[in-house]
Every structure is written in structure tokens, then in C-alpha cells.
Design a binder for this molecule. Sequence first.
Ligand code: T4K
Length: 371
Amino acid sequence: MSKPIYVTEPSLPPLEEFIPYLKRIWDNKWLTNNGEFHQEFETRLAEYLGVKYVSLFTNGMIALQVGMQALRITGEVITTPFTFVATPHAIHWNNCQPVFCDIEPETFTMDPDKVEALITPRTTAIMPVHVYGNPCCNGELKQIADTYGLKLFYDAAHGFGVKKDGVSVCNWGDLSMLSFHATKVFNTFEGGALVTNDEKMKSRIDFLKNFGFADEVTVVAPGSNGKMDEFRAAYGLLQLERVDGEIVKRKRVAEHYRQALKEVPGIQILHDQVGIQHNYAYFPVRIHAEQYGMSRDGLYDRLKERNIMSRRYFYPLCSDFPTYRSLPSAMPSNLPVATKIAQEILCLPMFADLREEMQQLIINEIYVHAK
Ligand code: T4K
């Protein structure tokens, strides 16, 4: 059987380009704790994103956890069930309670019209997710956050390179978290970042990601250890030079899917939004079983038999996991849109080096099962 086609495949720079960076790390024997590559990567990333400050992290999950501490979030946090489980887990690890809000049917992001009804005296923050890189309705969410004095902390794990009207979505809210996991548009093997335009927030985050140390003998808060090491910071510098080209290649893959699948009954495709520079992080489609002739799970299984590993991100909904399902906001009747989309969604393989003949295999298999 041929090699599986996975939902994603990381892009790596040529190994020989990384060797000089490794040599330098070996020579300096400076491996972590705010080394030269770490400092340079933070600066270059802030320039790339058009933001004031970036704090690098060892992964996105720790960045989320530390970001909540930095913002002093307590009590209840309004979030989306249609996300990777890291989002509610970060809330849970901060001894807070996630309150699940339904999503919009077009973008799958938090529905701002449903937020106000979920606010209680215990609510201190809203944590929306730019799921698949689709930007949330920042204007409405910010207005609600401002009106009720809530923090707005974006899980922008999928949002690298996404811009609205030429401005990175990482400029939105009090804080944004990026993930640089191997499966992301921009990867540093594992990695992540918190992004802010507030200088004081940047230094608070930097204390908190280094055990709370402000200097050699002063611990200002019960911090964690979220630091990115020199290996990944150096690799990130190299990746930064390539990422725009990778996004262009992803766009080509997305356009080919859209063109090829547009006539298939029951396959609903997401289109680019006006004014948004997308990153094509994922290629989600909705399978409408009656029109298509097969359920989402049916197609998922058929593709798998052909060694095509699509994924049902984000099924089950986070609100259906044992830790969360007894919460009042987790009831499926409160989350009708998310519940429906979680049953219909399928992420097709999407990565920069998805060759045309591989993509054609996927498209053919989808056609074969159509009514
Ligand atoms: N918030 C959101 C909204 C997120 O989506 C995530 C992470 C986070 C927060 C937390 O950020 P991090 O702490 O991860 O930085 C993956 C990733 O592990 C996870 O990072 C990601 N979201 C989530 C959506 O997807 P899995 O369990 O689906 O990964 P896995 O190992 O099944 O990989 C998927 C496919 O990718 C594999 O079938 C093959 C391919 N692959 C994977 C890896 C790891 C490769 O080709 N090479 C690789 O090295 O969770």
C-alpha cells in the first residue's frame, strides 16, 4: 500500500541551511533562557506580525495557561466548543470554568450575538478562537468585552499570517496566542507565542514563563516554565523566511479543491472572506449526507481505506468530553450550530507540498461516492 496522505505534513527548511545555526549553538553552549536566537526571533516575529511584542513559548498550550495568569483571569470564561481541547483545558488548569458559546454557521467562530446571554457576575473573560484561521468578529466581541469590563484573549493557534484589511489578527484583544506545532502553517517542531502591544504585559508574561523570576533573586509571581529553547528559536528564524511562500502554495491547493469540488452535491466549501488575507491552514468541508449520498463518517472511512487520512476537526465538541459535558452551557440544545457542524465537518489533507496527483486521488475518491 502507498504511503498515507495525512491531513497535514510539516514544511521544513533544507537541512544544510540549519547546520550553521546548530554549529553556532554548539560553539556558544547557550541552549535556552533567552539566548541570542530567542531574542532575535522575538524581534523578527514582532516585525513580521506587525505587533509590538512577542513572547516565545515552548508550545501553545503553556502559552494559553500563562496568558490567563498574566491577564489575572478568574471565575468563568466564555469560549467556543468548536476548538481543539487545549482551549478549555487551559481554562480548567487555571481553576476557571469554561462557558460554551455557540458558533456562527459561516465561519465556525464564536457567535457574538450569543455571548451577552452567557455573562454572569463571575465572568471575567472571553476566549474566542480563530478556528481554521477564520478571523472572529472582533468588532462585536471587543464591544461586549469593553461594555462588561471583560478581558479578551484570542486563541490564535491557527491564525499565523492571517490579516484583516492588512493588519494581523494578532493585534486584536488584550492578548493573542499562536501555536507553532508541527501541524501548523508555521512550525518550530513544537512552539508557541503570546502577542501583545502592551509593554508591561510583555514583561509580566516573561516573568511568568520563567518561574516568576524578575531577576536573579526576585520571584514576583508563581510562574511556570514555558521558555522556548535556542534550537527551535534558530529554526523559527529560518522558517520565517519561507512562510509566505508556503502560504502561497497552500492557497494553490485550496483553489484546486474549490474548483474541483464545487459541483459535487452535498459538499459545502468555505470561501475566502472579503478583506481577509487567509493562511489556508486547513481545508474543511461540510458533508450534507442527504444531498451527497453518504454521511461524513462514511466518507471519512472510505478515504481511510484508500490511505487518505482526513480528520474530523473538531469532533467531538469540547463540550462533549467527560470533563466538560456536565456544565450547563455544554448541553447540545444550547449549541445547535456547533453540534450540527461537528457532525458534518471533515478536514481534507492540506499542506504546501500536497502534489497535484495526490490531491487528484482525494478528489476522485470524493466524486466516486457522490449521488
Ligand atoms: N488551541 C488550538 C485551537 C489548537 O488547535 C491547538 C493545537 C492548541 C490550542 C494548542 O497548541 P500546541 O500546544 O499544540 O502548540 C494536532 C496538534 O497536536 C495540535 O497542535 C493542534 N492544535 C491540533 C489541531 O492538531 P492531533 O492529535 O490531531 O495531531 P496528530 O499527531 O494526529 O497529527 C495530525 C497529522 O499531522 C498526523 O496524522 C500526521 C501529521 N504529522 C503530525 C506530526 C506531529 C506530521 O506529518 N508530522 C508530525 O510531526 O493534534
